[in-house]
Design a protein around this ligand. Sequence first.
Ligand code: GLU
Ligand code: MG
Length: 437
Amino acid sequence: MITEPLIFVATSDIAGKLRGKALLTRHLKDGQAPEVGWTPTNVQITCFDGIAESPYGALGDLVLVGDMATRALLDFGDQGPIEDFVLGDVLHLDGRPWECCTRSLLKSALERLQSSAGVTLFGAFEHEFHLPHREGDKGEGYALSAFRSERQLLETLMASLAQASIGPDTIMKEYGPDQYEVTVKPTSGVAIADQAATLREVCRTSAERLGKTLSFAPLVEPGGIGNGVHIHLSFRDSKDRPVAYDAAGPHKMSALTGAFIGGVLHHLPAIVAFLAPSVVSYDRLIPHRWSAAFNNLGAQDREAAVRLCPIRTFGDRDVAAQFNFEIRACDAAASPHLALAAIVLAGVAGIEADFPTPDVTAEDLSLLPDADLAVRGLRRLPTSLDAALDELDASDTVRGWFPDGFIDIYLAHKRDEMRTLAGKDDAALCAAYQAAY
Ligand code: GLU
Ligand code: MG
């Protein structure tokens, strides 16, 4: 069979999809970034392939410029095609970042973090996914038996991550039926989100090569166990020293960490539409599901929107380097770049307003009246995508963090996605998102 190797240049778009175009690998010039043309209205292609109302219509042209540092070049050794793609930035034709480019939005948020606090973000996304494997498999949470039945895929997947220059960490059979989880080594800056976007495709391709289909959808069956995306974060200073930790701070948080988390929690109701952007996301974000239902901080509490992660203190370990906090409200319907941009911008707002370090909650918040929560700055997160979009719509503060027009484009996109689903029952909603993600 004749063949011409191709490299795909992709943008992580607001539907949380990688979309782009391919060019001939042999046309890549040494040291030069690959480029393809891009159309503004593509940003309104929803996860169900509708096109939401677009202010651009049929007009305009952009350029999608690949970043070769993100290249995923995977040879599965199965005689199949080499998988080859890079992530990139969508730019205006004069090279300015485009207002709807999620990767450019994240870069600018990270610059704001650097200029307001002098730190670099360090972290990793942790992903849960659903892999239908054995008829009638129930109750095999963390079991070796269920792990073993997918060992071939899990080993292919970890090998593929390494080929994509992502540091594989751990992989497990999660608690839910057919549910697995993969974690990767942390990295810095925009690469944190690049890794997440790449990982989802690497997982999908690995499964497809073995004749399987996996899904990162937030919920695959009504009332089922959710697939979360937990974003682990900390900070490094200009000498690459960990600065999220302070041995003398409350729960070992530095003042910087406290103010950042304070900002994230304060603004979480208005930005959760970026983190949990599907209709079924809100059937995951309810109390007692080990996700996030309130804008609270917990210490080693898996019901908190932000959780302080554990530190191992035995042996000769660097505790400061281990210290990190985890944002638990996110899922994989979100663009990792856009979700992380929103988190960083909320955190920077907290730093700039000198927010106090939030108190750690220790009780079941779902048992407390709203008024008792309110005096502590706590509240229930929006309980539907519709409500989350309305909170985003109403927040002039959040609008001010993003380029003109971006929020309205995002709202139009998501409201169109919701209209597509009108009339579907819970099972049909889950099935639609399972197929999309
Ligand atoms: N599946 C849970 C979620 O939806 C997370 C469980 C865990 O703590 O790993 O976020
Ligand atoms: Mg998990």
